[in-house]
Design a protein around this ligand. Structure first.
Ligand code: HEC
Length: 244
């Protein structure tokens, strides 16, 4: 073998051994590059979440939203979790969603998911948890003097042993459920079945609002004129701002 080549191999091999050798800083040195291309990509000019910074109150970047801020798409619920709030909601609040087959069907589906376990699919208070004696005191809707407003109210706040459904359901979904509970109550009480409004009628019902609002059931959701034309019907994460 060529001598020079042999020397080269030895030299190369020892170089490899040295460079792979147990230098504990080797890894650090690798990640600590001396040259940064486009340093802005490594070190953002914007503030990082929770970063410290003198210009911020409390020296931290993360600040609370300005008082009175509400999440996009979320509307404040004006009725307090008190007896008076319940009474006012029961008397004043009406269902803003048209009584369509579709709204009722969705309401039924959601009711069967969230409510039937206690209230029973018929609303007679004979849900699975009642039959297996896991919970007591679930009434038949027929035995309660309820309105769509009060139904909405108890879904929002809960009542005694019944918890709140405000975080699981959107405003629209709660009103869809309210339609279904109302329909069940009528059936239990032997009252007349309500007629569906056709889509045509439903559109007339909400005419007088702009076109964006027409597809948006956030309109007058709580019987308040809180609508500013820029909400959608989804409610997200309301509880973080509610302070329940
Ligand atoms: C864990 C069992 C349970 C679940 C699930 C449940 N409820 Fe209730 N609900 C109760 C109990 C218990 C009461 C009786 C509360 C009281 O008045 O003491 C009640 C009462 C009610 C009332 C009558 C309140 C009044 O004004 O008298 C309505 C309406 C109602 N529930 C609707 C619903 C709806 C709609 C859902 C689903 C979104 C639901 N409930 C889910 C247990 C439950």
């Amino acid at each position: 073998m060529n001598r020079y080549f042999q020397t080269f191999i030895y030299a190369f091999a020892s170089l490899m051994i040295i460079s792979c050798g147990g230098d504990s800083n080797a890894v650090d040195a690798k990640s600590d590059r001396s040259v940064q291309y486009f340093p802005n990509m490594y070190e953002s000019v914007g503030y990082e979440t929770y970063q410290e910074g003198d210009i911020f109150e409390g020296n931290v970047e993360a600040q609370l939203p300005v008082e009175g801020t509400v999440n996009r798409g979320w509307l404040p619920y004006e009725y307090a979790n008190t007896n008076e709030g319940y009474a006012s909601a029961k008397a004043e609040l009406t269902n803003p969603l048209p009584y369509t087959e579709e709204n009722l069907a969705t309401g039924q589906e959601l009711y069967n998911i969230y409510c039937a376990i206690c209230h029973g699919t018929k609303g007679d208070g004979q849900g699975h948890l009642v039959k297996t004696e896991k919970i007591l005191g679930v009434p038949s809707y027929a035995d309660r003097d309820i309105s769509q407003g009060s139904i909405y109210h108890v879904m929002y706040w809960g009542i005694n042993y019944m918890g709140s459904y405000a975080s699981q359901t959107s405003i629209e979904e709660r009103w869809q459920i309210a339609h279904h509970v109302d329909a069940l109550t009528r059936e239990l009480k032997g009252q007349d079945v309500k007629e569906f409004v056709t889509v045509q009628n439903a559109q007339e019902d909400i005419s007088g609002t702009d076109s964006h609002a027409a597809e948006d059931h956030g309109v007058d959701m709580h019987g308040e004129n809180a609508h500013d034309g820029d909400h959608d019907s989804q409610e997200e994460n309301h509880s973080s701002t509610e302070g329940e």
